[in-house]
Design a protein around this ligand. Structure first.
Ligand SMILES: O=c1nc[nH]c2c1ncn2[C@H]1C[C@H](O)[C@@H](COP(=O)(O)OP(=O)(O)OP(=O)(O)O)O1
Ligand SMILES: [Mg+2]
Length: 199
């Protein structure tokens, strides 16, 4: 286990604007200087693994090796019980080549049909990779239910069709701070800060 110093630079190996927004809020108080893969012009590697942790490692390692800095990647997805966990690691790909999330949500809705099981959860695997190839991973989940039609304009991805447990609002109807307090990404990042940052 290697620790990240709180005054070090960290590359966020993601090209997803919604994720990057949430990370910058969640890391704001840590003292860590965050650079994004986009601003460093890092390429987007192909996500060829069949697990969230595997794909997070591909993205984090590619960014760490290309930049010479520690890199943090997030591989996440939406797992619907009635669809045996799909779209899962294919969540982004269900939006087609243009990552159209309206299309992706419609496909989830269509494939669920009239199945009365509306349970679903989000998963985020966060991998911290070092330029020498070492990796360490944490994972967070957030469970809840699928709703249709989609509601709300905040957030990103599948947020408008997901109500977390104990809530009546979808993720897209909440201010970002409320989502971050209970989300898969918020939970994973809490573990990340607790376990991987030098005290
Ligand atoms: O909090 C979330 N709220 C709603 N939807 C979410 C969330 N978190 C992940 N998701 C969805 C978006 C995307 O369709 C897929 C992640 O795919 P994933 O490959 O990890 O990310 P991505 O391709 O959008 O960006 P990148 O790989 O550059 O980080 O799951
Ligand atoms: Mg991706």
């Amino acid at each position: 286990m290697r620790y990240l110093s709180p005054n070090s630079k960290l590359v966020l190996a993601s090209h997803n604007a919604g994720k990057l927004r949430e990370f910058s809020t969640l890391l704001a108080e840590s003292g860590i200087t965050v650079l994004s893969a986009g601003e460093l012009d890092l390429p987007e590697p192909e996500e060829t693994e069949d697990s969230f942790a595997g794909n997070a490692a591909i993205k984090a390692l590619a960014a760490a090796k290309a930049s010479g800095l520690p890199a943090l990647a997030d591989d996440s997805g939406f797992c619907v019980s009635a669809l045996d966990g799909k779209p899962g690691v294919y969540s982004a790909r269900w939006g087609g080549p243009s990552k159209d999330m309206t299309l992706a949500m419609e496909r989830v809705h269509r494939e669920m049909g009239d199945n009365p099981d509306h349970r679903a959860f989000f998963v985020a695997a966060l991998c911290l990779a070092w330029p020498d190839g070492e990796t360490q991973t944490v994972q967070g989940e957030c469970h809840g239910t699928v709703v249709w039609p989609p509601r709300g304009t905040q957030g990103h991805g599948y947020d408008p069709m997901f109500v977390p447990e104990g809530e009546t609002r979808t993720f897209a109807e909440m201010p970002e701070s409320d989502k971050n307090a209970i989300s898969h990404r918020g939970r994973a990042l809490e573990l990340f800060l607790k376990r991987f940052i030098e005290k």
